[in-house]
Design a binder for this molecule. Sequence first.
Ligand code: AGP
Length: 370
Amino acid sequence: AAIEKSGYEHFMLKEIFEQPQTIFDSFRGRLDVEQTLLTLSGLDAIKDKLLAARRIIIVACGTSWHAGLLAEYLIEELCRVNVEVEYASEFRYRNPIIDENDVIIAVSQSGETADTLVALENAKKQGATIFGIVNVVGSSIARMADAGAYTHAGPEIGVASTKAFTAQLVVLELFALKLAQMKGTVSPERLRELIAALHAVPEQVQWILDNQLDNIKRIATKYKDARDFLFLGRGYNFPIALEGALKLKEISYIHAEGYPAAEMKHGPIALVDEHLPVVFVATQDPFYEKVVSNMQEIKARKGRLIAVVSEGDEMAEQLAEDVITVPKSDELISPLLAVVPLQLLSYYVGVELQVDVDKPRNLAKSVTVE
Ligand code: AGP
């Protein structure tokens, strides 16, 4: 029954709409708001290795790599340990320096991605400990990992990853919080705040689905004929900009680039003219003022600004041609909200352009060959 469209036109739309539930499922039983308790049994299983690790390496491909990039920011911030994020296809061939002090987090929806699997097998032979964050139960990566935590997003049929991505983010957040708690690198008050913020996400995602759908559809129709799109963000929103661009490429065939907002003046700003839609992920965080000045740079060059902002933002509303609102959240948690409008934007652009959004050309759900 889970593999039916249940009245939705596409699996992708159904999977986007399932997120309030799937996000809840991925922290269900692992998060106790009252007691400020985090349970991640897989992490306990490799506790000694983790506490001794000089660094953590995250290995993944595609959307899962974007989740990994966000986790680098989170884990370094909360746990004060070095994190490197690697594309599995590069990592497996570049003779990386690995030993028994390394802990590797593998992020994979399918658990069958060939490059990720082989990269992990190589690292394991060199003594590394593998922690799998996988959606498909019993998959190859889940089986070869020393420990892990399932994402519990349920079967994802659409080729473009949506609910699996947000579930990966939840588990990576839990990982970071739990490790920080074990290491004593986060205060009990901050931990309580973050746990509460995470707990609020399903309802906040539902708010986006209930209140922003028509707005996003309208924006999709307005910009569907653009040749290129730019997606910009800073800090925790940078990986979300990358993910927004990947989604749009996959299911609309429109060329899109994701970039750190401040890096664009080192090149991509040359692309900006009155035809280029530029999507800013500009939710409230310590980078906000800087992001606003990046928006002004684009506006001065007549780029068409679309901004994803937190509720109550007035500054961005004045600057941007189109605005999408998401509920306020903690800066470490709000990427989970900001990605949802970008999934919907891609979906509606793809549908407008009559792309087979569930099965876009040239793509496979899991890339089991090199
Ligand atoms: C996402 O929309 C993609 N189709 C793709 O990038 C995917 O995330 C990547 O192939 C990794 O797959 P995995 O998570 O199953 O390992």
